[in-house]
Design a protein around this ligand. Structure first.
Ligand SMILES: CC(C)(COP(=O)(O)OP(=O)(O)OC[C@H]1O[C@@H](n2cnc3c(N)ncnc32)[C@H](O)[C@@H]1OP(=O)(O)O)[C@@H](O)C(=O)NCCC(=O)NCCS
Length: 234
């Protein structure tokens, strides 16, 4: 199986009893606990997307899938399966990355958030990232901020540790031909073992982080089709 990125626009998905029936009892209870309607709907669409994509790949019924979370909240299939996933959801987009490789991460943000993320830059970006940002033309800085933000999130999610990883302990550098990751020794990682893709999907920026680069493994990343599920070719 190749690595695939699936996506859905939650606004184009209709909540229904059939959709709710795909969830576990605990997920249905969690769904009910969301007060803002948009967040509640996003939660439902995320669960339906994950279960639909995974059951299609594994050849099992969606209701049979069970999940477990690691110490930092990263969900995975339980019992373990030869298929791994990571999700990201925000207003207007839910994405699910699936792969035979466990070390994967994905993040999406609305491009409209770029000015907000640029304002947060000093608190979340590494010193070298801030220096590179500062020498960009002013007109490009907000876009770079949203790309950087999603790249950093994709990496901390691929590591499975979320914000337990210090955000200033690793820096993305933009070479002419690729995005490169520099990692401080404290993080005990080799930045060259990762490959990154950033894609604009409508009004969203989506970044993915995949391991295997150092092994010469080129993981083909496909975009899936919708129900509105789309894979995209990166
Ligand atoms: C929780 C976190 C992993 C992602 O949060 P987020 O970007 O707000 O949310 P996303 O929609 O992209 O991802 C959420 C999904 O990631 C998954 N996830 C949760 N913890 C995870 C972890 N430790 N590792 C990988 N994935 C994780 C879950 O599937 C979750 O969705 P679900 O709860 O509906 O199942 C973490 O990075 C975080 O809290 N970020 C806050 C934002 C921030 O300050 N970012 C700095 C960027 S430079």
């Amino acid at each position: 199986m190749t690595t695939q990125l699936w996506w859905v626009n939650p606004d184009a998905f209709q909540a229904s009893p059939a959709a709710l029936a795909l969830l576990s009892e605990a997920e249905r209870a969690q769904h009910q606990r969301y007060i803002p309607p948009q967040k509640r709907h996003e939660y439902l669409v995320t669960r339906v997307l994950v279960r639909t994509v995974l059951c299609r790949a594994l050849g099992v019924a969606p209701q049979t899938l069970q999940f477990i979370s690691n110490a930092w909240g990263r969900p995975a299939l339980w019992p373990p399966a030869p298929l791994h996933f990571n999700v990201s959801h925000t207003e207007g987009l839910v994405v699910c990355l699936v792969s035979p490789d466990p070390d994967i991460g994905v993040d999406t943000e609305r491009l409209a958030r770029a000015p907000d993320l640029l304002a947060l830059a000093p608190t979340v970006f590494a010193p070298q990232e801030l220096r590179d940002l500062a020498v960009l033309p002013a007109s490009e800085q907000a876009h770079r901020a949203v790309v950087l933000w999603t790249l950093k999130e994709s990496y901390i999610k691929a590591r499975g540790m979320g914000l337990a990883l210090p955000l200033d302990g690793f820096a993305f550098r933009f070479d002419a031909d690729r995005v490169r990751l520099e990692v401080s020794s404290a993080l005990e990682d080799d930045g060259d073992r990762w490959q990154f893709h950033t894609q604009l999907l409508g009004s969203h920026c989506v970044s993915t982080c995949l391991a295997g680069f150092d092994r010469g493994v080129s993981l083909p990343l496909e975009l899936a089709p919708p129900w509105t599920l789309h894979p995209f070719a990166l």
